[in-house]
Design a protein around this ligand. Sequence first.
Ligand code: PXP
Length: 236
Amino acid sequence: MELGVNIDHVATLRNARGGLEPCVLDAALIAQRAGASAITIHLREDRRHIKDSDLDEIKKNIKTNINLEMAATPEMQQIAINNSPYSCCIVPEKRREVTTEGGLDVFSQEDYIKDFIKPLHKAGIVVSLFIDPDEKQIFSAHNCGADFIELHTGAFANAFNKEGEKDEFEKLKTAAALAQNLGLKVNAGHGLNYENVHRMLEIDGLIELNIGHSIISRAVFVGLERAIEEMRELIV
Ligand code: PXP
């Protein structure tokens, strides 16, 4: 399985002091060197971590695939088209949330998402939808013409080593199989860490995991390159 490394929280740390360190581009270069299959950044509408200038610098200096997470807004669509990342992962966004709390509700805005995807495809961008492991969301993602879904693993991560783990895990496994049967490619992410990630190996056909917080946290103690290598070793 491939590992997309989300470096948003390098920017969170930088922004805590408003200066230039730690350097987000350096983090992207290290992730590239450590074998990340994608550098994932979430350009939030409030720019609370990644900023437009980070996207610009990463785009200019990184050869590894860039996966741009973004809300389905006209502003973000234009930024994606102007910067042409390898892929866009469309996520829901609420201003007050600490992190992306749930999957995108594709079901109730199918026409909007379908139209939103078209210009991205026209610009040659691969499109992924970040959704909960829910049958109706998967059918809608397929109807919208998405290339990938990224299954939201947050509920599984919260239930890990607790009573609900089995149910949450089964939801992911069933959802991945359904999506693959429809021809969608399947990634997963959110809340995955060095303890729970091994369970993703039990889900057939997952292509890439997107992991941020736990890798950046571990990097504080062992360095970013080693933190990424350790995670990669767990998912080969
Ligand atoms: N995938 C998506 C779509 C996300 O929004 C996030 C968080 O920004 C992640 C993966 C990574 O989650 P975490 O930081 O919990 O590893």
